[in-house]
Design a protein around this ligand. Structure first.
Ligand code: UFG
Length: 317
């Protein structure tokens, strides 16, 4: 089966490409390389360097495909507050174009990268898929709008779809071509920032007065390899006319200070830190209830925070 991986040159998309190839899938990639890296495209993969805002690029990239894994999109909460129109255009309008081109090409299987940001500030923890969706930033609002669009597409055109709501993705994959890891610029994510911390430029802890046991935010980290495993299981479980939504995390929460402690153990010295004000839009605690994915997809994340830190560290060397 040939799968179109949109965003296949980015951190998570490139990990998907590598894993799918290992499992015998044929791959096409559509990516504008605005945040991804063309040098991550493996040999033998059909690569369209193009945009979701250009239907011709999408149509070309879809040639010969039977399914789509849709990773492409803008993904930074802070940037989305500054540039809501950009986020709406690339994420929502871009996915509308993708769905229309899939329809034109008769392709009716879709696995979409949604986000825990669709829920906003949780009323209950851990968060189930049927929790209220009240995004607190434009990024989360675009992911929710897309999830709703896909539900309508399943109902009206009968596509088979799954939205996977990621919590905090971390870790890296060692491929035959080297490490596939986070290469964001600027980097905003906690684990790479902690591992790059120096006495001259210590990692900032955004808020030490949160209503949590140690005063720092709690997040649910899931290894990128486990995350992609869930995508492939979701692809196999797709049913025509259905749109299923699954939370993907580990089901456990770690505070910022606990992540820093795990990283300090990994590097063998105490990582320098500095206290900073709370970051806008951060909820105190985000933990996934992953029972639905466990049950329906027969998926179990097996790689813990120590391995996420160790793999990220190895990828930086
Ligand atoms: N943090 C720091 N210092 C840093 C970076 C992060 O203290 O240098 C803190 C943040 O305040 C937060 C936690 O570490 O409490 C995790 O922050 P990240 O930036 O690594 O991740 P987020 O939780 O903000 O966001 C991630 C994805 C989003 C997604 C969200 C859903 O980047 O796309 O998870 O849970 F929406």
């Amino acid at each position: 089966m040939r799968v179109l991986v949109t965003g296949g040159t980015g951190y998570i998309g490139s990990t998907a490409v590598d894993t799918l190839l290992t499992q015998g899938f044929e791959i096409s990639i559509l990516d504008d390389c605005s945040t991804g890296h063309a040098d991550s495209v493996p040999a033998g993969v059909s690569f369209t360097q193009g945009s979701l805002l250009n239907p011709v690029d999408i149509a070309n990239a879809l040639t010969g495909c039977e399914a789509v894994m849709h990773f492409a999109g803008k993904s930074l909460v802070g940037e989305s507050v500054q540039k809501p129109d950009l986020y709406h255009s690339v994420n929502v309008d871009g996915t509308r174009n993708l769905l229309d081109q899939m329809h034109n090409a008769g392709i009716a299987q879709l696995v979409f990268s949604s986000s825990a940001a669709t829920y906003g500030e949780p009323l209950e923890t851990p968060i189930k898929e049927n929790a209220p969706t009240k995004p607190t930033n434009p990024y989360g609002a675009t992911k929710l709008a897309i999830d709703q669009m896909i539900s309508a597409e399943a109902a009206s055109r009968g596509i088979a779809a799954a939205s996977l709501r990621y919590f905090n993705v971390a870790g890296a994959l060692k491929s035959a071509r080297g490490w596939l890891a986070e290469r964001h610029n600027p980097e905003t994510h906690l684990i790479p920032n902690v591992l790059r911390s120096t006495p001259e430029n210590p990692v900032k802890i955004f808020g030490t007065d949160w209503p949590t046991p140690d005063g720092t935010c709690i997040r649910d980290y899931v290894h990128v390899i486990d995350l992609i495993d869930a995508h492939i299981k979701a692809l196999h479980a797709l049913k025509p006319g259905n749109h299923d939504i699954y939370n993907l995390g580990s089901g456990d929460g770690y505070s910022v200070k606990e992540v820093i402690a795990a990283a300090s153990t990994a590097v063998g010295f105490e990582i320098p830190t500095t206290a900073a004000p709370r970051r806008d839009g951060d909820p105190a605690v985000l933990i996934a209830d992953i029972n639905k994915a466990k049950r329906a997809l027969d998926w179990i994340p097996t790689r813990g925070i120590e391995l996420m830190v160790a793999d990220t560290l190895a990828s930086l060397k």
